[in-house]
Design a protein around this ligand. Structure first.
Ligand code: AOF
Ligand code: ZN
Length: 362
């Protein structure tokens, strides 16, 4: 490993300290070496609104940054957002060289951070460990470019690909170990979505349990026909974060009483057109700064998201049991598998998690 690679590796590790806390901002890490090559400063972005990674690293380095090199997992920004432009401070600190892992796809940055640094005669190298830097921020990269959240389609199935027993409420398939993994995943995303049938049949809480999470979790119910009841347990969890019911304009007019009752129990109603309702819903969630959404079912929501190519990642938990003739099939698992570009398999006690990114969105 070269010296540059080693320092960028450290910057990537630092960036990951912000996991689950930086949204809607990316995770970013920075390392500064002084003119003698020794590490003199480190930092990472802790939360949106707080100082950027570079600024924190510059603060720890102080005057030792003069003549030094900055390693940064994302192109330094040159705009004024919640905080000021990093490029100005890098220049003012006397940094001589900047090694950037990947450009910032934010349309207001997108290469101009690098240009600004070069205009000030700072040597800039781009592309070291770029894939790792992009993997770290898959959600941010999708959201900032497409305006919609990164969509994870999550399902638990039996060996033969069934997700529940026909006509039964709540079929328990996975083990406790898989369940705690799911709650860990919920701690990192911005939102969880389900279809109205899942709320009616399973009456889930949709909260992140057994893990620490200190920011709100947005819960979304896709409910074109406004069937969800204001007495669903979900509406008792308003303190965990917003609860958004997505429905159509026509249904809102027809069911004005239901709309009022849902608002009374704390739901936000998002109205979308009939055509491409999911696409509109995702854009509206994007505007609410939901950068990563896990869709936990049911089958019809999964089917529609898959058909319209909004799924970015698939997570299939497979339990070692068969439901036989009683079982209700999920989507065609073989067809879904064929579209996955990268597949990872993890053992979770008796269950297996098969996870992959869908090639058409990558
Ligand atoms: C960096 N370093 O650590 C981060 C960056 O509202 P602001 O001022 O925090 O700016 C947010 C944008 O800045 C965000 O959309 C992304 O483009 C970039 N994030 N940039 O140089 C950092 N977190
Ligand atoms: Zn910045």
């Amino acid at each position: 490993m070269t010296v540059d690679e080693r320092h960028m590796q450290q910057a990537l590790q630092l960036a990951a300290n912000g996991r689950g806390r930086t949204s809607p901002n990316p995770m970013v890490g920075a390392v500064i070496t002084g003119s003698d090559g020794q590490v003199v400063g480190t930092g990472y972005h802790e939360s949106a609104g707080g100082p950027h990674a570079e600024i924190r690293a510059l603060r720890t380095a102080g005057e030792f940054a003069v003549g030094g090199t900055l390693y940064c997992t994302l192109e330094p920004c040159c705009h004024r957002g919640r905080t000021g432009p990093c490029t100005e401070e890098i220049v003012a600190a006397g940094i001589r060289r900047v090694v950037v892992s990947t450009l910032d796809p934010n349309p207001i940055v997108q290469g101009s951070g690098v240009e600004t640094l070069r205009r000030h005669r700072i040597v800039v190298d781009v592309g070291l460990h770029a894939n790792a830097a992009r993997d770290l921020n898959f959600a941010f990269f999708t959201w900032i470019v497409k305006g919609r959240p990164f969509v994870i389609m999550k399902v638990a199935t039996s060996l033969e690909g069934c997700f529940s027993r026909k006509g039964h409420s709540r079929t328990k398939l996975t083990s406790e170990m898989a369940d705690s993994h799911v709650h860990g995943l919920r701690a990192e995303v911005d939102g969880i979505a389900v279809g109205s049938k899942t709320v009616i049949v399973d009456d889930p809480l949709l909260t992140a349990r057994y893990v620490s999470r200190d920011r709100p979790l947005t819960r979304v119910v896709f409910d074109r026909r406004l069937r969800v009841s204001p007495s669903a347990r979900l509406f008792g969890t308003r303190s965990a974060g917003p609860i958004i019911v997505v429905t159509t304009e026509a249904q809102c007019e027809r069911e004005s009483d239901r709309v009022r009752q849902l608002r009374d129990v704390g739901a936000d109603i998002e109205v979308v057109p009939e055509a491409d309702d999911l696409g509109w819903a995702l854009q509206k969630l994007g505007k609410r700064e939901v950068t990563c959404l896990v869709v936990e079912g049911g089958k019809s929501v999964h089917h529609a998201l898959w058909r319209d190519r909004y799924v970015d990642r698939v997570q299939m938990f497979i339990a070692p049991m068969r439901l036989g003739v009683d079982g209700e099939q999920w989507l065609n698992r073989d067809l879904v598998m064929k579209e996955l570009a990268t597949v990872r398999v993890t053992n979770l006690g008796p269950d297996v998690l098969v996870e992959g990114d869908v090639h058409w969105n990558h």
